[in-house]
Design a protein around this ligand. Structure first.
Ligand SMILES: CCCCCCCCCCCCC/C=C/C(=O)SCCNC(=O)CCNC(=O)[C@H](O)C(C)(C)COP(=O)(O)OP(=O)(O)OC[C@H]1O[C@@H](n2cnc3c(N)ncnc32)[C@H](O)[C@@H]1OP(=O)(O)O
Length: 360
């Protein structure tokens, strides 16, 4: 019997190689692996040159696992080989020149980015199944979702009221509206920011799957500005900086809270998601700059009024002005900004994972 080479078609995924050997009614299939990367195939069957013994050898580009699976059907032999390391190969064989009997299997062929998408879709399916099984096991899920929905709705209404009120006053009064932002909106802002403490508690109770630390930085940071810098100093309340701080805070929140509301009812609007994960890029740094300006403007007022100053023994000068604490706080503020920008950047990347496209 003459020994011939069959036609072999191949495709890959990040973790596997698929070979399809064009051999019908294959018998005595013998597949072995030598030196971690050389596959030897031998079988009898009906190939391009009729009934014969067929064989081929493939030296793979990288090492593969020894456990090789194969299945003979009436028309072909399918072989599945696991790569030792899960990564995309530039070609199948170590030798650059492709053997004549080898060709891409276009029925299975995917390029690297499509394979990544397939992998991602698989991961999402697995996650969905595990979430669904968790959901089935949680008898309070409806209650939790209703609470979160109501919380987000109340915050959305509160911040929308502040935003609309400020916008309308800006159109009617122009720059004059800057000076009494605090007196027209502070009550609602107090209410929303006190409620926002729940945003630190929610992840701690496991109600939302996010870290409590970034939320704590934001809530604490804003509340220092609102209650200490603006709330306790009448002199700060009619400064234009209040307008900028409140406007920047409320602009992000009128997108963030509706995004969460939709998430509670498992709905997504692509545009809203994009806005939630994008407008922080200019708004967060601007917000922190506006807050820093407010803190700097308040320093001489705290020095003058001695409000919240720390009593000291007479030999040390009677009291330590609260402005020193605020100067220290300014440093923490930029540290907090950095931590949260990193957090938000990661969240954004998680949403919009970049896909590399590679052409073979
Ligand atoms: C003495 C005190 C010292 C403190 C020192 C601190 C220094 C402070 C310095 C910093 C000061 C900052 C002050 C703030 C300024 C401003 O706000 S400026 C204006 C612009 N601001 C922004 O752009 C920030 C907006 N804020 C946020 O994005 C958040 O608050 C965050 C905590 C920073 C990030 O949110 P996070 O929850 O981590 O991310 P998400 O991706 O949105 O959520 C993750 C998943 O959790 C779900 N989820 C979260 N919350 C809810 C909810 N309420 N309801 C329902 N679901 C929720 C969300 O849906 C996500 O799930 P998936 O969609 O499935 O991924």
């Amino acid at each position: 019997m003459q020994i011939l080479t069959p036609h072999v078609y191949w495709a890959q995924r990040h973790g596997e190689i698929y070979l399809r050997v064009e051999l019908s009614d294959a018998k005595n299939v013998n597949i072995s692996l030598q030196e971690h990367n050389t596959l030897q195939f031998r079988a009898q069957g009906h190939g391009a040159k009729g009934d014969n013994e067929y064989e081929f050898k493939l030296e793979f580009l990288e090492s593969v696992r020894p456990e090789i699976k194969h299945k003979s059907t009436e028309r072909q032999v399918n072989i599945k080989i696991k790569k030792k390391e899960e990564r995309w190969w530039d070609r199948l064989t170590l030798q650059e020149k492709k053997p004549l009997f080898l060709a891409p299997d276009f029925d299975r062929w995917l390029d690297e980015s499509d394979a990544e998408m397939e992998l991602q879709a698989k991961e999402e399916k697995i996650n969905k199944i595990s979430v669904e099984s968790r959901v089935r096991n949680d008898p309070y899920l409806g209650l939790k979702k209703s609470y979160l929905f109501m919380y987000n709705l109340v915050q959305f209404l509160g911040f929308s009221w502040v935003f609309v009120n400020m916008t309308v006053r800006l159109f009617i009064l122009g720059q004059d509206s800057f000076y009494d932002t605090f007196h027209t909106t502070a009550d609602i802002m107090y209410f929303c920011q006190m409620m926002a403490v729940l945003e630190v508690i929610n992840p701690l109770l496991g109600l939302v799957k996010t870290g409590a630390f970034p939320a704590m930085i934001q809530v604490a940071g804003r509340n220092v500005i609102l209650f200490v810098v603006f709330g306790s100093l009448d002199e700060m309340q009619n400064k234009p900086v209040v307008f900028f701080v409140f406007y920047l805070w409320s602009t992000i929140e009128i997108f963030r809270y509706p995004y969460y509301m939709l998430a509670c009812i498992s709905t997504e609007w692509k545009m809203l998601t994009w806005l939630r994960y994008t407008i922080w890029i200019p708004l967060y740094p601007l917000g922190v700059i506006a807050e820093a300006v407010a803190v700097i403007q308040s320093l001489p007022i705290f020095d003058e009024t001695r409000l919240f100053s720390l009593p000291l023994p007479e030999m040390l000068g009677n009291s330590l002005s609260f402005s020193y604490t605020l100067q220290l706080y300014l440093v923490f503020m930029f540290l907090g900004l950095f931590i949260n920008l990193r957090h938000l950047y990661k969240q954004r990347r998680r949403r919009y994972r970049t896909r590399k496209r590679k052409v073979h």
